[in-house]
Design a protein around this ligand. Sequence first.
Ligand SMILES: CC(C)(COP(=O)(O)OP(=O)(O)OC[C@H]1O[C@@H](n2cnc3c(N)ncnc32)[C@H](O)[C@@H]1OP(=O)(O)O)[C@@H](O)C(=O)NCCC(=O)NCCS
Length: 142
Amino acid sequence: MIRELLEEDLLEVVRLEKELFGDHWDHDDFKKELDSDLSHMYVLTIDGKIVGYIAITILYERVEITDLAVAKDKQRQGYAKLLLDHVTKVAKDQGCEVMSLEVKVTNIPALRLYEGYDFIVMRKRERYYKDGTDAYEMARGI
Ligand SMILES: CC(C)(COP(=O)(O)OP(=O)(O)OC[C@H]1O[C@@H](n2cnc3c(N)ncnc32)[C@H](O)[C@@H]1OP(=O)(O)O)[C@@H](O)C(=O)NCCC(=O)NCCS
């Protein structure tokens, strides 16, 4: 089941975020997104347990995926694709035409996922991440 991310989910989502990324968003970052009118966040649950989540920002005709993760023991079961399908529908319903994201050039699982979802690399951003890694900016039409 996919539903909106609620404030009471933050403890578990922040725990997963730390486990899956190390240094991406902390509690305050998620709280800011929760409080923003432009952001929408969703969790995917199985038997009530959060196994994945996705965050988007919608600005006019453009939607940006700002976070996406699936718990380690639930990966390669199609859950990231389900989360992408969900936000694609949300964005389409809001009249968006373009979906974009940034991904570390070294993140092979994510790159394969997005390529398989018809995203294409628009450009490379040098040293985009805090740790100095480059990013690919990717986009697709909706
Ligand atoms: C990237 C991530 C979200 C993928 O989640 P997932 O639920 O395992 O992805 P799915 O099962 O929906 O996979 C869909 C497709 O993506 C590709 N893919 C996913 N994981 C892959 C891997 N480890 N290696 C190669 N391709 C992979 C495959 O093409 C896969 O289709 P297939 O299983 O039929 O071959 C997950 O690995 C994750 O949470 N990683 C840590 C956080 C992260 O990097 N998030 C993305 C930030 S931009």
